[in-house]
Design a protein around this ligand. Structure first.
Ligand SMILES: C[S@@+](CC[C@H](N)C(=O)[O-])C[C@H]1O[C@@H](n2cnc3c(N)ncnc32)[C@H](O)[C@@H]1O
Length: 195
């Protein structure tokens, strides 16, 4: 059966091309990061963020084994700081920013993404994105604190201007809460100026 991750990856693959720049805001065990690294190709152009050393090391091993480590710069920092870590030359050029919220699978389930820093990071990602770029957010409703964070993220998304953003909230139709869901935000092309 198709999962929310499959749907997120399908959408990411539609926008990220060889030579593009992308962000993985929560590298975790590196699955999304590897997916992004494969899409961008040889360019040194995936920024990965996580605040747990175990996640950075797990991702480093996965990328190394896949021969993709040189495509990715891994940063052991809160994703709320991403704007300062992205090179000036890559600002406004990000094709996709991927958020996979919650806790590091197989690790301490009390270390979770939290709405204040998640929303600060989403604000930054929205700024860094290029036109027609995608912010993909996988929301988890089941763990302690997950529903509150997911609601806060959806509320934040509702505050975005529909003139500038296409906003979709996607769920498998045959699953019940607390199944994960996907928030997909696509930045619209700015309207052409009238001459
Ligand atoms: C569900 S996991 C990510 C899964 C990952 N994308 C993958 O493909 O394996 C969520 C990750 O978010 C990280 N995290 C939590 N708060 C964070 C923050 N403020 N900044 C960056 N990463 C954070 C956790 O350490 C955890 O590794």
């Amino acid at each position: 059966m198709k999962s929310v991750t499959d749907e997120a990856h399908r959408r990411i693959a539609e926008v990220v091309c060889n030579g593009d720049v992308a962000i993985d805001a929560t590298v975790g065990n590196g699955y999304d990061c590897q997916f992004l690294a494969e899409l961008v190709g040889d360019s040194d152009k995936v920024y990965g963020f996580d605040l747990q050393e175990a996640a950075i090391e797990s991702s480093r091993s996965r990328l190394q084994a896949a021969g993709l480590l040189s495509q990715v710069s891994l940063h052991l920092v809160d994703h709320a700081q991403m704007e300062g870590m992205v090179l000036e030359s890559d600002q406004k050029k990000i094709a996709a920013a991927v958020f996979n919220l919650g806790y590091l699978p197989g690790s301490d389930k009390t270390i979770i993404t939290q709405s204040p820093s998640t929303i600060a990071a989403l604000e930054s990602a929205a700024q860094l994105l290029r036109a027609e770029g995608l912010v993909s957010v996988t929301l988890y409703w089941g763990h302690q604190g997950g529903a509150e964070e997911s609601e806060a993220v959806l509320q934040w998304a509702e505050s975005l201007s529909l003139e500038h953003w296409e906003i979709e909230h996607w769920q498998l139709s045959d699953t019940k809460k607390p199944a994960p869901s996907l928030l997909a935000l696509t930045k619209k092309q700015p309207a052409a100026e009238e001459s």
